[in-house]
Design a protein around this ligand. Structure first.
Ligand code: FES
Ligand SMILES: [Fe+2]
Length: 414
């Protein structure tokens, strides 16, 4: 997209309104989203418990950004381009797995789990394997959550780590295991999907199961006051403090940053986000009380997380087109929990399965309306939708920022 057309679109956006149509539908805006938003920022890529052993891997693939995240023999994480240095083939096609070596399926070049090229037949005299390691990206971890960034200079990560790690660590994600994975392809732009996550205006009508357990207020900027919410929040915080969950203040996108972390209370009588509010698995990590509320973490532009006392789930967005977004939901339980004895995966997943599928229908319906010729940007509620404005402001700032320099360093040690 030409800079002037993008500038025009940016100028057309009115503060406090939804975005102009092109932001949700235009292939050139989608390309700009990948180049300026997804290529600039930290992206949630997976869980460290999925990479427990050397050789375990997960992949992340939007098309232009395609990465393999590995753990090497020394336990170090690597984010490597899933693009062979020979003629560019994708090396791995599964979303996760275990591979002693990363072997390209085309001509069998082999790479170690740190990305260095270890084998390449018939490349002639003078061929230097150490010049053809896989391109590396940045990788960081917060208490079991793995983030990657393909930019040369990633945004600050330490602030997010400092805010999130103390709150998340008691949930023991490094000592968890995958209970279930649900993959969806949503017929909607990734921003439609994330906007839906950033407001609970739709909750009372859209999510009867969710609102039975959760308050639909308490999100940052939501100006509604509930008669019992503040009192319950205060008493739960006192209880969480007493149980060693010391950091319970909300952190909401500080200074326009990319993350939020907040422990939210559930309604009276419910201790976890299950259909009946009762535990569905043993306590995780160091938790001693089933009532740990619901710790919410948001990471622009591609993930959100819910940590309950008995299970954890991540929602990872993978934009694959202007009106297509893949969502991958991974559920974790304590690594010692026995399937069929201590937990039933169907029961662990049922609350979010019903709730997220309601959301995807709302998002697809929203996208369909946005694509019609009669769509006009509409006003956001100042009472219930300031979270949508926060997302829009952050997103537009990314587009306005100078183009990103992609990281080009290759793994050089053979
Ligand atoms: S493209 Fe990978 S070995 Fe040829
Ligand atoms: Fe929703």
């Amino acid at each position: 997209m030409s800079a002037s057309r993008l500038d025009q679109l940016l100028d057309d956006r009115q503060r406090g309104s939804t975005l102009p149509q092109a932001f949700y539908t235009d292939p050139e805006v989608f390309a700009a989203d990948i180049d300026r938003v997804y290529s600039r920022n930290w992206l949630f890529a997976g869980h460290s418990c999925q990479l427990r052993r050397s050789g375990d891997y997960v992949t992340f693939d939007t098309g232009p950004i395609a990465l393999i995240i590995t753990r090497d023999d020394d336990g170090v994480l690597h984010a490597l381009a899933n693009t062979c240095r020979h003629r560019g083939s994708r090396i791995l096609s599964k979303t996760c797995g275990h591979a002693g070596k990363l072997v390209c399926p085309y001509h069998r070049w082999s790479y170690a789990s740190d990305g260095s090229l270890t084998q390449a037949k018939w490349m002639g005299d003078g061929f230097r394997k150490d010049a053809y390691g896989l391109v590396r990206s940045h990788v960081r971890e917060i208490a079991g959550l793995i983030f990657v960034c393909v930019a040369e200079d990633p945004p600050d990560f330490d602030l997010a780590h400092a805010a999130i790690a103390p709150q998340l660590a008691p949930h023991g994600l490094e000592r968890a295991k995958v209970c279930a994975v649900e993959d969806y392809e949503i017929k909607a732009n990734w921003k439609v999907v994330f906007e839906n996550n950033r407001e609970c205006y739709h909750c009372p009508s859209g999510h009867p199961e969710y609102t039975r357990i959760n308050f639909d207020i308490g999100m940052p900027g939501d100006q509604r006051v509930g008669s019992d919410y503040e009192g319950i929040l205060a008493s739960r915080r006192a209880r969480w403090h007493a149980n060693g969950l010391a950091h319970t203040e909300q952190v909401n996108f500080p200074n326009g940053s990319w993350f939020r972390c907040a422990r939210m209370p559930l309604r009276e009588g419910f201790v976890t986000e299950s259909l009946d509010g009762r535990p569905v698995a043993p306590l995780m990590g160091d938790l001693t009380d089933p009532d740990a509320g619901s710790l919410r973490i948001i990471a622009f532009p591609n993930a959100w997380f819910h940590a309950n006392s008995d299970y954890f789930n991540s929602t990872q967005l993978i934009p694959v087109g202007p009106n297509r977004t893949r969502a991958r939901i991974v559920y974790l339980v304590h690594e010692d929990a026995r399937e069929g004895v201590d937990y039933d995966p169907a029961r662990v997943t049922e609350f979010w399965k019903v709730t997220t599928e309601q959301d995807w229908r709302l998002c697809e319906n929203n996208q369909a309306g946005i694509e019609s010729r009669d769509y006009r940007p509409g006003p956001l509620s100042p009472v219930t939708e300031s979270g949508v404005e926060t997302l829009a402001t952050w997103y537009l700032d990314q587009l306005r920022s100078p183009a990103v320099t992609r990281r080009s360093h290759a793994c050089s040690s053979a």
